[in-house]
Design a protein around this ligand. Structure first.
Ligand code: SAM
Length: 279
């Protein structure tokens, strides 16, 4: 039996073709076939790189079936590359099923890293990068979108969303509705392309700008949202003054302070001073 080939997962540019890596070019030249999300789209890239390796389509509707065919070829010693229309395959793009099945078959999968819109946007957003979460696309239906956002409203890590241009305004409005208008956000549009635009501000300001400038509702867009700064708990959402006033109507100062200390996030001596003022 032949020694099995290798599946290379190759990142390609997200706009500017100069962003292809030297290693990506060498791998694309060397493999027996290239599985691509949209072969017509990828033909242009390969033509520019003077690569004539045959393309085979692999998209969300044929991935399972294609994976079986490609595994057979890999088992016969062929090597192949997986690319998507732009950026890193599998990141909101096809390839997960193929990679999983190829690995399950005991065949080597090698990454050829390169552009990824989410990471490019994060690197310039000016939002915390030590911890972040990638949420891909929000659901297109308003109700599901809101539910997804509600599940994320107490997320403290920086949030990254991909968005389609015709939904950007609705998504920003939903983010404001669920997260409030105080968060810092960054819109990264058309990265690495002629009309690259990166703007940061409070949600309110960004919505206003997108509403007034229809150009901001065109092209490819990423939304990055600051994580929640203070997670509301029963303790920090209770007004200590309010609770003290109620308790002082029925209890002596020391007991009122004791209870207020248990249900608020205030220090005991602060509550005591305040109770004396309110009494
Ligand atoms: N696999 C790609 C990657 O590595 O980033 C993402 C593919 S996903 C189908 C396409 C989405 O990625 C777009 O709707 C947009 O949200 C984002 N995107 C891709 N290229 C972009 C660019 N040049 N500028 C801003 N966003 C981009």
């Amino acid at each position: 039996m032949n020694h099995p080939g290798i599946l290379y997962v190759v990142a390609t540019p997200i706009g500017n073709l100069k962003d292809i890596s030297q290693r990506a070019i060498e791998v694309l030249q060397s493999v027996n076939c290239i599985a691509a999300e949209d072969t017509r789209h990828s033909k242009h890239l390969l033509k520019r790189l003077a690569i004539t390796v045959p393309l085979i389509s692999l998209h969300e509707h044929n991935e399972k079936e294609r994976a079986n065919q490609l595994i057979k070829r890999l088992c016969h010693g062929e090597s192949m590359a997986l690319i998507s229309d732009a950026g890193t395959p599998l990141i909101s793009d096809p390839g997960y099923i193929l990679v999983k099945e190829v690995k399950n078959a005991g065949i080597q999968v090698v990454p050829i890293p390169g552009p990824c819109a989410a990471i490019a946007a994060l690197s310039v957003a000016g939002l915390p990068t030590d911890r972040f979460i990638f949420e891909g696309f929000l659901p297109s239906k308003a109700k599901l979108r809101k539910e997804r956002l509600e599940g994320l409203q107490f997320e403290s890590r920086t949030l990254i969303f991909y968005e389609a241009p015709h939904r950007i305004l609705a998504s920003l409005q939903a983010i404001r509705e669920v997260f409030g208008s105080d968060r810092q956000i960054t819109l990264a549009r058309e990265l690495t392309k002629v009309f690259e635009t990166i703007r940061s501000g409070k949600i309110e300001e960004i919505i206003d700008w997108v509403e007034r400038d229809p150009d901001q509702q065109r092209g490819e867009i990423i939304v990055l949202v600051e994580g929640v700064q203070v997670i509301p708990t029963i303790k920090n959402s209770v007004s200590s003054d309010k609770i003290l006033k109620i308790l002082l109507e029925i209890l002596p100062v020391t007991q009122a302070v004791e209870i207020a200390f248990k249900v608020t996030d205030k220090k005991k001596n602060e509550l005591y001073k305040r109770a004396l003022q309110l009494k």
